[in-house]
Design a binder for this molecule. Sequence first.
Ligand SMILES: C[S@@+](CC[C@H](N)C(=O)[O-])C[C@H]1O[C@@H](n2cnc3c(N)ncnc32)[C@H](O)[C@@H]1O
Length: 236
Amino acid sequence: MAFKATPAIIGFGAREGILMLVDTLLHRPSRPQRVLQYLQDRIDPGNPTATLEAMDAFARQKRFLMNVGDVKGKILTQALARSGAGNVLELGTYCGYSAILMALHLKGSGHVDSLEMNPGNAEAARAIIEFAGLSEKITVHTGAAGDIIPSLGRQYDLVFIDHWKNQYLPDLLLIESSEAIKPGSYVVADNIGMFDATGYLDHVRDSGRYDNTNHQAHMEYNDTIFDAVEVSILRH
Ligand SMILES: C[S@@+](CC[C@H](N)C(=O)[O-])C[C@H]1O[C@@H](n2cnc3c(N)ncnc32)[C@H](O)[C@@H]1O
């Protein structure tokens, strides 16, 4: 999947490129590490809602974070509630924002398995999740989703796909063949509006295996870049 080259996306990408260059030249810590420090400086530990609000504030006031965010997050938690809010598989942890959001809405013994291939992101996310007080509800697995999915050995009520966009389709096919989802499971895919998601959408919409709803939105923390979330339910 490639970015759709709209003027708003090109402008955003150019600004982000400059900020990343500045941060690299000044040897600043990674954004997930900076978020952890920001949380520790401002809020008390053990408060997941305050943790999410502070991460939103960081993303709006300091540096952009590729979290699902507060607005698209409502689409995600609505799907989670409808799925029964049991076990969740997430592809792409980053800072742990969506994992914390979903863990807050789980029922009973529901658990989030979140897969993250960048070891630095995984380490920061674990520290942020511990700070939020949700370590018992979330396991962050370090490694590429394609390597981890076959060994999970669990079935999930909801899968949140939010890692690198060219992996959406191959990793969903792997999830299907590994039987990590069952009839009635929800598959929620972020960013299918700002990226060209043709192959992924062709599969969920044309394979006859899913019932689909497209939720239009904007990119997280942004009012001008169009985005969308596809919610797909595996048919019985
Ligand atoms: C958009 S961010 C995830 C945001 C997170 N879901 C949230 O909303 O808070 C994407 C993350 O996926 C990770 N990633 C990319 N490709 C991956 C792969 N094949 N397996 C596991 N993680 C991957 C990246 O390192 C990055 O941290």
